[in-house]
Design a protein around this ligand. Structure first.
Ligand code: PLZ
Length: 453
């Protein structure tokens, strides 16, 4: 008797790693030529492949290769690509109307998304929300709201921060390459403070906060601060989880200073870290919370949610945009949120952590080049150092990422020093795919950790 173990299929996509050509294959290489001739060289790409279909934990390319998705399009498709309820609601919406502009004639979907945001974000206080298209746009609007409410100008941000690529958010972002180089001048009144980075500074949360607070007092003055803006886990900066106590101390400082505490949860939000929002891990209640990415299953949507008195302090007409909260994105968000609730994707994120962290810790012990395994939920990373010098090793990190890509695993890098390999799988990924991805990552470390990659 043979036992058949059937591979699950989602939306006609078999949940199985399967390479039919080298990566990239001939069809992708052809498309890449057109891409180079048509698309600005300023737009990068992690893998030189072109996608035709994706579902669950698999991305299929034009050559028929099925790759394991450990990136979710940078933490966006948490519910999986083309998740059933997202697709159904978007189809229904696209058949009814595609756009009216919420600032001209309104529709229920926008209100419903705001109600969901007000309900799901931390804190029981009265809240209001406003919708935008991108994370960067929402961060900018959160700063606008904070400045209008406080009638102050200074914006505090942190080392390793990433907040976007628009002018204000470039100024708020820490890393020069590739985000800021040659794009200045940047907006004034942005002050950068040291971030708690336990693997590097060895400080407790309270100690790291005391340093930042003393500098805010001396360099800005509490009474001049409009907003303190921080990612509860620094995303592009390398999945840096601040030491416990750091975030609560900053919230207390902001409250005492009557400044607005803004959590940028663009990457950490919507079940990614094993809670609806990463702020919840330390029980902090931001005054404003910025969301995007995972909110709408892949359609462009972003939000700012916060205390009613702050959100309502802006003059009528002061916030908006042609497409902000467009009906298709709102339909997608409602489908995405419903999926997270029905499928308990918070529990799935915690499960992913429980599979990944022990295995990555093993790989760290075996390879000797991983200085830190960190993150929460399905937002996990390893920080890679040279085995001899213990210095950040971006070349090795790049080589391991390339190894994973060549073997059919989509992984991303991150970090101020380019030495962080980060994992953001769709929360619906199967254990088989997750374990297979980890096998390939382990093999990459085994082959490259001590080589001249
Ligand atoms: N805030 C915390 O992570 C987007 C950027 C990728 P947008 N991160 C991915 C890249 O190289 O452009 C992000 C984020 C945090 C804000 C943003 C900006 O969100 O939707 O890309 O504007």
């Amino acid at each position: 008797m043979t036992i058949e173990t059937s591979t699950p299929v989602i939306n006609d996509v078999r949940q199985e790693l399967h390479l039919t050509t080298p990566i990239p294959g001939p069809m992708s290489i052809e498309l890449q030529k057109r891409r180079v001739d048509a698309v600005s060289a300023g737009v990068g790409a992690t893998l030189p492949i072109f996608v035709t279909k994706a579902a669950g934990g698999i991305v299929v390319d034009v050559d028929g290769n099925s790759l394991i998705d450990m990136g979710s399009g940078i933490a966006v498709t948490s519910v999986g690509n083309s998740a059933t309820e997202v697709v159904e609601r978007v189809i229904a919406q696209v058949q009814n109307f595609t756009h009216t502009c919420f600032m001209v004639t309104q529709y229920e979907g926008y209100v419903e998304v705001c109600e969901a945001l007000n309900r799901l974000t931390p804190g029981q206080h009265a809240k209001r929300s406003a919708l935008f298209n991108t994370g960067a746009e929402a961060v900018e609007n959160a700063v606008k709201v904070a400045r209008a409410y406080t009638q102050r100008q200074a914006v505090v941000v942190f080392e390793h921060a990433y907040h976007g690529r628009t002018n204000l958010t470039m100024g708020m972002t820490a890393k020069v390459m590739p985000y800021k180089h040659s794009f200045g001048p940047f907006a004034p009144e942005i002050y950068r403070m040291p971030l708690s980075y336990p693997a590097h500074d060895g400080l407790s949360g309270a100690e790291a906060a005391a340093i930042a607070i003393s500098r805010m007092d001396k360099e800005i003055g509490a009474e001049n601060i409009a907003a303190i803006v921080i990612e509860p886990i620094a995303g592009e900066g390398g999945f840096i989880v601040p030491a416990l106590g750091f975030l609560p101390a900053l919230v207390k400082y902001a409250n005492d200073a009557k400044a607005v505490f803004i959590a940028d949860e663009v990457q950490t939000g919507f079940c990614r870290t094993g809670n609806w929002f990463a702020s919840e891990h330390e029980g902090i209640v931001p005054d404003l919370i910025v969301t995007a990415k995972g909110i709408a299953g892949g359609l462009p949507l972003a939000g700012v949610t916060g205390r009613a008195e702050i959100m309502d302090s802006v003059h009528a007409g002061g916030l908006g945009g042609t497409y902000g909260g467009n009906p298709l994105s709102c339909a997608a968000a409602l489908g995405s949120i419903a999926t997270m609730e029905k499928e308990n994707l918070i529990a799935k994120a915690l499960h992913i952590e429980s599979v990944m962290v022990p295995r990555l810790t093993e790989i760290a012990d075996e390879s000797g080049v991983i200085a830190d395994v960190r993150g929460r939920g399905a937002m996990i990373a390893v920080e890679i150092v040279n085995h001899a010098t213990r210095k950040p090793d971006s070349a090795l990190t790049g080589a391991i990422a390339k190894y994973c890509h060549a073997h059919g695993v989509i992984v991303l890098t991150a970090g101020t020093y380019g030495n962080v390999l980060r994992f953001l799988p769709p929360l619906v990924i199967s254990d088989d795919l997750l374990n297979q991805a980890l096998d390939i990552i382990a093999a990459g470390f085994a082959e490259l950790a001590h080589s001249d990659h």
